[in-house]
Design a protein around this ligand. Structure first.
Ligand SMILES: [Zn+2]
Length: 152
């Protein structure tokens, strides 16, 4: 279910780039974070390869930033399935380099995850007002999410 969801989100992300809508781009990145939280899964190597080889997705895109940050914060080699292990050699070097760069810059004394603290780390916002509005929205998502988990 998670794989299917993020592949749909990838299509929506490409559409957001296509129509040049930063608002939609931010919303899709939030949906990636929400899916990650709901299914407790990370994008696999197959997805990373896809996102890094797609023509429409640039090196400074939010999606690539999201993939680098989530890998730096949450990925563990032990969690990879056999299928994901086989794909490791095909993961682009630029991605691996950026993950290493992020890891080197992490403050390990305060390893606060942006997933729990500030989703806007993953967004582009024109003004602080826009950022405040965005925060209210994803805060509500998280609250609803926490409630639906409690109800299960
Ligand atoms: Zn935001």
């Amino acid at each position: 279910m998670y794989e299917r969801t993020i592949n749909h989100l990838l299509e929506l992300y490409i559409f957001a780039i296509d129509v040049a809508s930063p608002t939609l781009e931010n919303a899709v990145i939030s949906a990636f974070l929400l899916a990650q939280s709901r299914y407790n899964q990370l994008p696999g190597n197959d997805f990373i390869i896809k996102a890094y080889t797609h023509q429409a997705i640039s090196e400074d895109s939010l999606l690539q930033k999201y993939l680098v940050l989530t890998a730096a914060y949450y990925w563990s080699p032990c969690d990879d399935t056999e299928e994901q292990r086989k794909l490791r050699d095909s993961v682009p070097n630029v991605f691996l380099y950026k993950v290493l760069e992020t890891l080197a810059q992490l403050d390990w004394r305060n390893p606060q995850s942006p997933l729990n603290t500030d989703w806007c780390v993953f967004h582009n916002h024109g003004s602080s007002n826009e950022k405040e509005k965005c925060k209210e929205t994803w805060f509500r998502y998280l609250e609803e999410e926490t409630q639906s988990v409690k109800e299960v």
